[in-house]
Design a protein around this ligand. Structure first.
Ligand code: HEC
Length: 138
């Protein structure tokens, strides 16, 4: 019963597709062109707001110690920077991480004089995005 459904749908949709006049085909072409052009932007729109800013700021301010993936560079490790993807870091609240980035801690420098609150929030989101993806989110 259920298995015969898709075949039925397929057959009934075939005439509609092949019926296409040149107008119809032009419309399909235009529509798919619009989709192709706007698809990357649409996917950004569903991304966390500020994620791009966070990634850019992370690259300029944080990568030297934490590395592009948050694992930590040789320099970072020598300063005892933790793996930002680790549970120990990720389990902390956004507010804690934001305070931490603003004020620094141990060998980690303070960023509040060079970084706006908004940018710090974006950095926190970026740190979150480094965490290994949970199965449920896929
Ligand atoms: C000069 C090297 C250096 C730079 C640059 C740096 N960090 Fe760190 N970071 C550290 C060190 C060292 C620690 C460990 C501090 C401690 O716990 O004593 C750390 C820890 C952290 C932690 C973990 C905090 C915790 O307690 O769980 C976060 C989050 C973090 N850094 C984010 C950032 C962000 C975001 C930037 C860029 C704005 C950045 N770091 C730039 C060295 C650095």
């Amino acid at each position: 019963m259920l298995q015969s459904m898709p075949k039925e749908l397929f057959r009934s949709s075939l005439p509609v597709v092949s019926f296409g006049s040149s107008h119809f085909r032009t419309a399909v072409l235009v529509l798919s062109a619009i989709l192709v052009v706007s698809a990357p932007r649409l996917s950004w729109a569903t991304d966390t707001p500020g994620a791009q800013d966070g990634a850019a700021a992370f690259k300029t301010k944080c990568v030297a110690c934490h590395g592009p993936d948050g694992a930590g560079t040789a320099v970072g490790k020598s300063l005892k920077a933790p793996d930002l993807r680790s549970e120990a870091v990720q389990k902390q609240s956004d507010a804690d991480l934001a305070t931490f980035i603003a004020n620094g801690k141990g060998n980690m420098p303070s960023f509040k004089s060079s970084t706006s609150d908004e940018q710090i929030r974006a950095l926190v989101m970026h740190v979150r995005s480094l965490a290994p993806k949970k199965k449920a989110e896929n």
